[in-house]
Design a binder for this molecule. Structure first.
Ligand SMILES: Cc1cc2nc3c(=O)[nH]c(=O)nc-3n(C[C@H](O)[C@H](O)[C@H](O)COP(=O)(O)OP(=O)(O)OC[C@H]3O[C@@H](n4cnc5c(N)ncnc54)[C@H](O)[C@@H]3O)c2cc1C
Length: 466
């Protein structure tokens, strides 16, 4: 069995691993190798082009409000290809009582819109008098305690749209650590946010940069992974069909074993979702929990002909209380051009998630039939779809539920203790593409500086968009 040596080994060629490789390649004289289990790079990013329709089995895009992602687009030249769908031009809807209700994109506008009653708005302001909620509350417990019940369906829709999650199980400390920090510092969220806004204004930095835009590419999100992959030399810098089976610590670094080869390096990066990372590290260090739950979603791409119409906007989400088959749907042909044959429209319905894993077992025919039935009750879609394809992603979305804060702390301490070990990727510090790029850049910087990564130390408030 041959032994291959590098300065750094990266396991996993999803966006996290590819972004780290992109940055390490810029360090003069630094050798690295990216090892990927499957026969393709990109991980959760899977665009599906068929019959002139272009759908996404994974991410549909990312917001243009993250400095690191913007840097990556510029460095790769993808800024010249990208397509942008500005949020300010596209409304979203939440399904309430069987009808789509338009949702404004800013918290102030949400509060002034007639979505909740005056009495409920007064209860929302009750946040000003609430003490921080102790312990590790779930998102729903926390929202109800601070703002009352009226916001629950809207918050449910947000976490259905982002995590495909169950807000009765997701922890507020896991999904919104920045907001929780404000609560602990100021008591009230409303007061804390207003104070922060004032401080920023006094410092001269603008607080209202306007709404960001959703970014993708003419060939879909796969283009991002392909561009990063193109930069790497086959076999020398990236190897696909190379599932890592075991990692071992050596005197001066790390040893990685696949079925056919052994690799050694000073630095080892696990650029993996939480669960595969835990299964590789567990024989060396026992984590506080063996795995975390994941929420799998199925995307059902549906094309309709000229007689169908869509309302303006990005799509809709449905809170659990509506008891609908689909979690929501993206109005994909409204977002980006070139996703359908001339005059057609494309919807991408989302099914399953943390609350409905049983729907993942349904056959394609049933999924399409049930999704179409559901959508026809909400939208103007006469006739049968001209195109239908069920996309079943391999992995799920990591769920930051009970035990997650302890697990994250364990990882951060482990990375400090184990020289040359870095753990980043899907679910560790967020679940979005921007977060993957941001943490990948931080890891690459730490490797270049010969330092350990401490995990995110400055938790910022993330803005919420439906
Ligand atoms: C259905 C869905 C929709 C999403 N929508 C959005 C969205 O609209 N916007 C957004 O910002 N984010 C979205 N996300 C999240 C986004 O896709 C992820 O943040 C991102 O793709 C994660 O990248 P990653 O490299 O960390 O992990 P992954 O993409 O999971 O990549 C990990 C890689 O590691 C490989 N691997 C695993 N085990 C081994 C092993 N033992 N040896 C070697 N290789 C291994 C896997 O094969 C995989 O290629 C979505 C995710 C899903 C699943």
């Amino acid at each position: 069995m041959e032994t291959v040596k590098r300065d750094s080994l990266i396991i996993g060629a999803g966006l996290s691993g590819l972004s780290i490789a992109w940055k390490l390649k810029q360090i003069p004289g630094h050798s690295f190798l990216l090892l990927e289990k499957s026969d393709r790079s990109g991980g959760a990013i899977v665009s599906h082009a068929e019959n002139e329709y272009l759908a996404e089995g994974g991410p549909h895009g990312f917001l243009d409000n993250c400095a690191e992602s913007q840097e990556l687009l510029k460095e790769t030249g993808l800024d010249k290809e990208m397509l942008k769908a500005p949020l300010k031009e596209f409304v979203r809807y939440v399904c309430m009582n069987g009808k789509l209700r338009l949702i404004p994109q800013s918290p102030t506008k949400i509060l002034t819109a007639p979505l909740i009653s005056l009495f409920e708005k007064i209860r929302v302001a009750g946040d000003l008098f609430k003490k921080p909620l102790e312990g590790e509350p779930t998102v729903s417990q926390w929202v109800e305690y601070r703002f009352g019940k009226a916001l629950l369906p809207y918050v449910d829709a947000v976490f259905t749209g982002t995590y495909a999650g169950d807000f009765d199980r997701l922890l507020i400390d896991g999904v919104m650590p920045g907001v929780r920090k404000i609560e602990k510092e100021h008591g009230s969220i409303i007061y804390g946010l207003l104070k922060k806004k004032k401080e920023m204004r006094q410092k001269g930095s603008s607080t209202s940069k306007g709404l960001p835009a959703m970014t993708s590419f003419p060939g879909g999100m796969t283009r991002l992974a392909e561009r990063l992959r193109e930069n790497l030399t086959d076999t020398e810098e990236i190897r696909c069909n190379c599932p890592v089976q075991k990692i071992t610590k050596t005197e001066d670094g790390w040893q990685v074993t696949t079925e056919e080869e052994t690799f050694i390096a000073r630095n080892l990066v696990l650029a993996l979702p939480v669960n595969p990372a835990l299964s590789l590290i567990s024989p060396l260090h026992t984590p506080p929990q063996a795995s975390i739950p994941e929420a799998q979603i199925i995307t059902i791409a549906l094309g309709f002909g000229k007689d169908a119409t869509l309302p303006p906007g990005f799509g809709y989400l449905s809170p659990e209380q509506e008891k609908r088959f689909c979690l929501g749907a993206l109005f994909s042909s409204n977002m980006f051009p070139g996703r359908t044959p001339e005059g057609h429209l494309l919807l991408e319905a989302l099914v399953g998630g943390r609350r409905h894993p049983e729907r993942l077992e349904l056959d394609d025919e049933t999924l399409i039939k049930e999704a179409v039935k559901d959508l026809k009750q909400l939208l103007d879609l006469p006739g049968e779809p001209a195109y239908a394809r069920v996309l079943r992603p391999q992995g799920g979305i990591p769920q930051l539920e009970a035990g997650y804060p302890t697990l994250l702390q364990w990882r951060n301490e482990l990375m400090q203790k184990e020289k040359g070990l870095y753990m980043t990727g899907f679910g560790w510090e967020g679940i979005g593409l921007n977060e993957m790029i941001k943490t990948a850049f931080r890891v690459a910087d730490a490797i270049q500086a010969g330092e350990q990564d401490a995990g995110e130390t400055d938790t910022k408030v993330k803005k919420i968009y439906f």
